[in-house]
Design a protein around this ligand. Sequence first.
Ligand SMILES: [Zn+2]
Ligand SMILES: [Zn+2]
Length: 217
Amino acid sequence: MTQKLKDEILELLWSLRERGSKSYSKLIKDINDKNAPEVIIKMEKAGLISVTNDTIELNEKGEIRARDLTRRHRLAERLFHDVLEVSMEESEHTACEVEHILSPEVTDSVCAFLGHPPTCPHGKPIPKGKCCYKYTHDVKPLVIQLKELEVGSQARIVFITFLKDKSTRIEQLVSLGIVPGSIIRLKQKGPPFVLEIDETTLAIDTPIAEDIYVKKI
Ligand SMILES: [Zn+2]
Ligand SMILES: [Zn+2]
């Protein structure tokens, strides 16, 4: 029980830091568990975190664990939500369970299987694993980036990562019918990438093609 709460605290510390907060009181409020203060003292003794006044920070040991948990959680969300098409709420719930049990090897296999996605379905960054750098893995990926698809192949869009700086392009893509579930055929590799959706032929830039993840059919 305590292990799970410890993990939840580490994960929350990671995501609060992404939002620019290292506040102890904010963490306590968000974690909403009466055992948290006591567990935090234990975690401090174990060298996972440091608390000074209202500032709570990850130490090296805690940083590694928090990173791994976040990575597993966000990859699991991608797997359940985008590939298995489970609802967002249920994906989130399942991801919370799975993150505690996936081994590093299985995690890297899931990552390779999903084409090493840079973000979760909420748009938050997925910390990279070893697999994301060497790209030589035994797992045959189910999901690949559009740019890796062979010309002439048909594929279904599984997810689009919508990296932050490209937010203005989202509406544009949606209006073109480039949304998860759409069936496309790749007619030309970029730049520009030329796709066919239904009867329509579209040209898109390489950065957009890199955001689109597909499953070959
Ligand atoms: Zn997420
Ligand atoms: Zn990877």
